[in-house]
Design a protein around this ligand. Structure first.
Ligand SMILES: *Cc1c(COP(=O)(O)O)cnc(C)c1O
Length: 459
């Protein structure tokens, strides 16, 4: 035991070893010193438990690896071959070229973020996107904040604090990632009044619950599930008309925030922000990074007086967008204004991708990989709390095998130099080209070859 402790080199001795020179140059002396200390502490703990002392070569290799992993970015780019377009765990919507360019322009220097160039005076950061939100949704006013959860919470706090908000039992839902309508209501200081039943709620149920304390009817788009069969819900139009009669508000949490007609792409109709405004909603809330295809943010549009009230709330300062997000959001909205959304916004390009083209790409991947892979029919999904159960027919590279073998291949794909995420369905590993940028096709092929440990048959 004693002897083993003494066989450990000192921190100084390790740091002066020539084999650590490159690591010190690359990661700094301080960082390598910290890592070396930690490795030596760990070695002493092991020796205390009766394990042998590591060799100097082992300690050096561990220190190099430790410093490298510390200095490598933790947030990394991945290739999404899952076929789920708006994948919350993978960062939701990829941005358009113009949005990326807008971020670069705005971030690398100064901007008129809160400066009015016409008057030379202080301006508001909110004006840049409000004009576009008004134009695209038909609303009188608009405001963008950190995300949709923040938008709903902020608006409820501004409009309904210490008062009652009436919600259908079928819509007091959990969206995922801890966003539960009842919790958000409670946190905002509003009181939830549930009406109707899980499957059927009528306008009369809302109206019977109105009291002097009622601040709003809140309608929530059930974005990640579908209730079928014996169902009824009050339409937003009915609720808005009734809200006006009862001097209360009609609020609509739309979730995805679609501006285009999804039915044009063979999907079910996803309600749009324009429709909610036309139906008479006082305030409508939606995400920026779901079907809108922009950066993470939450958008509030609606009647001017109400948007002003929300915008004047002190929490807006805490939930405001940074300049990069504003730049990306403005560029994304401009694609809709100029009618090029389906061409320029990646999420819409993926939705619009033609089957023969997807087939051609899947075939090219499979051919490059060799016998292990075939091409099969598959289904992409929109995801991100939009269009639950709706499938886009696709073609995918398929690798058949046992569960164990597929898990191993999926792990290797995940842990490669450029991580690729696939999905396993039944006894097949599937890679769907719909969610992969065509520019990444060669990277997918490289990753597949490396994961399968085979050279493939050339491409
Ligand atoms: C996704 C979603 C939210 C949360 O939006 P974030 O932008 O993720 O905060 C809220 N409500 C509905 C209905 C949603 O679908």
């Amino acid at each position: 035991m004693e002897k083993d402790y003494r066989s450990l080199p000192s921190v100084e001795k390790l740091l002066s070893d020539r084999r650590l020179e490159t690591a010190i140059q690359r990661y700094s002396r301080e960082t390598v010193t910290d890592v070396v200390r930690a490795r030596l502490d760990e070695a002493r703990r092991r020796i205390a438990q009766g394990e042998p002392a590591p060799s100097t070569a082992e300690l050096i290799a561990e220190a190099e690896a430790g410093a490298a992993s510390l200095c490598e970015p933790s947030l990394r780019e991945v290739i999404n071959a899952t076929g789920v377009l708006i994948h919350t765990n993978l960062g939701r919507a990829p941005l358009s070229k113009a949005a990326l360019e807008a971020i670069r322009r705005t971030a690398q220097g100064y901007s008129n973020l809160e400066f009015d160039l016409a008057s030379g005076e202080r301006g508001s950061r909110h004006v840049h996107v409000e004009r576009l939100l008004r134009r695209l949704t038909g609303a009188e006013a608009g405001l963008a904040v950190n995300n949709n959860a923040a938008a709903v919470m902020l608006a409820l706090n501004a409009m309904a604090r210490d008062r009652e908000v009436i919600v259908s039992r079928g819509e007091a839902v959990e969206i995922g990632g801890g966003f539960r309508i009842p919790d958000i209501l409670r946190q905002s200081g509003a009181r939830l009044v549930e009406v109707g039943t899980t499957n059927r709620t009528y306008l009369a149920d809302y109206e019977a619950a109105v009291t002097e304390e009622t601040a709003a009817f809140l309608k929530v788009h059930p974005s990640n599930f579908r209730i079928e069969g014996f169902t009824h819900e009050a339409s937003l139009g009915e609720l808005a008309a009734s809200a006006a009669k009862h001097r209360t508000l009609a609020l609509h949490d739309l979730g995805s925030g679609c501006l285009l007609e999804t039915a044009d792409f063979g999907l079910a109709h996803e309600p749009t922000a324009q429709e909610s405004i036309a139906a008479g909603a006082d305030l409508v809330f939606f995400s920026g990074d779901k079907l809108l295809g922009g950066p993470q943010c939450g958008i509030i549009v609606g009647k001017a007086g109400h948007v002003r009230t929300v915008a004047a709330h002190p929490l807006v300062r805490a939930l405001r967008l940074d300049k990069m997000t504003l730049a990306a959001l403005e560029a994304t909205l401009l694609h809709y204004v100029t009618g090029e959304a389906t061409r320029e916004i990646p999420v819409w390009r993926m939705i619009a991708a033609a089957l023969p083209e997807l087939n051609r790409r899947a075939k090219r991947w499979a051919k490059a990989v060799g016998e292990a892979a075939t091409v099969t029919d598959a289904s992409s999904t929109v995801g991100g709390g939009s269009l639950p159960g709706e499938l886009l027919p696709s073609r995918a590279l398929a690798i058949r095998g046992t569960g164990q073998m597929l898990e191993t291949t999926a792990r290797r794909l995940r842990q490669g130099a450029r991580p690729v995420l696939a999905r396993i369905e039944h006894d097949t590993l599937l890679l769907d080209p719909r969610t992969v940028a065509p520019a990444d096709d060669d990277a997918v092929i490289d990753a597949l070859r490396a994961a399968l440990g085979a050279a493939g048959s050339g491409n």
